[in-house]
Design a protein around this ligand. Structure first.
Ligand code: AMP
Length: 284
């Protein structure tokens, strides 16, 4: 595995791979890698000749008062895991390398797709994501890029960006990897106390409950949302940011009976840690 810390180093490696006709898979991450990231890297390994994993805690996607400074930075361990899962290159630039000047170019997807769900409580978040992912696409020139369904809204926003800007890359979306008890793996789980960790289980449990109701024939979106919300609210440590359902792919509001595939998404604080989870319900 080769560690590249500068744009120039990465570009040189990509130029060599391109000259050799190699296919390139890119896995963008913020590091503190776990098995969720590992599944993306493993998928990239299967489908591409060169696998690039970026490890960059992207400052532009954090709002004021969010956890940018506290976010875990574990580059050595990340390199070990990335190598084990099959990465050829780890790209770990500094913020200055990715954002050389204060005046800069933004890539922003507008509309409801970035305003609902996490966009409401994190208004600059998706602009930061689309900007950094555009930079990474231009640098790594991937044939395929790998993202997790864990960040379901991010997936829809990036699909939209790729379509609108004619990026020549295929987005590959991987299922949510969970702990044995159901909690979705996340770098932020490390922030949780033992009590918060136990309380956080209510997210996957409430979504599973909604899935069961759906399987039993419930198609009323308000009822499914209410059932999910009630279970989460019953957990005393939970502080709900949102429990909502939107129709895929454009995240249009669903009122009444579900028709197409719908995303049921939750964001809940446990102490100072905000966790997200979701499930896709495929309506008729
Ligand atoms: P992050 O480092 O949190 O920005 O995540 C980098 C990528 O890994 C994103 O595409 C995430 O959706 C994905 N990811 C994070 N956690 C999981 C998980 N539990 N299962 C699958 N993918 C994940």
């Amino acid at each position: 595995m080769k560690l590249c810390k500068t744009v120039a180093e990465l570009r040189a490696e990509i130029a060599l791979a391109k000259a050799d006709g190699q296919s390139i898979g890119l896995v963008p991450t913020m590091g503190a890698l776990h098995e969720g990231h590992g599944s993306l890297i493993a998928a990239a390994r299967k489908e591409n000749e060169l696998v690039v994993v970026s490890v960059f805690v992207n400052p532009t996607q954090f709002g004021l008062g969010e956890d940018l400074d506290a976010y875990p930075r574990t580059l050595e361990a990340d390199c070990v895991l990335a190598t084990k899962m099959g990465a050829d290159i780890v790209f770990a630039p500094t913020p200055k390398e990715m954002y050389p000047s204060e005046d800069m170019t933004w890539v922003e997807v507008t509309g409801e797709i970035t305003k609902v769900l996490c966009g409401r409580s994190r208004p600059i978040h998706f602009r930061g994501v689309t900007t950094v992912v555009s930079k990474l696409f231009n640098l790594a020139q991937p044939d395929r890029a790998y993202f997790g369904q864990k960040d379901a809204q991010q997936v829809q926003v990036l699909q939209r960006m790729v379509k609108d800007l004619f990026f020549n890359v295929q987005l590959r979306i991987m299922p949510i990897v969970r702990e044995a008890d159901g909690l979705a793996k996340s770098s932020r789980n490390a922030y949780l106390s033992a009590e918060e960790r136990a309380a956080g289980l209510v997210l996957s449990q409430s979504l599973q409950h909604a899935a069961q109701l759906f399987d039993q024939g419930e198609r009323n979106s308000a009822k499914l949302v209410a059932a999910t919300q009630a279970l989460i609210a019953a957990e005393p440590m939970s502080d709900i940011d949102y429990v909502e359902m939107y129709e895929l792919p454009e995240l249009t509001p669903v009122t009444g009976t579900m028709r197409g595939a719908c995303l049921l998404a939750v964001a809940v604080r446990f102490g100072t840690t905000r966790l997200i989870d979701n499930i896709v319900l495929e309506g008729e």
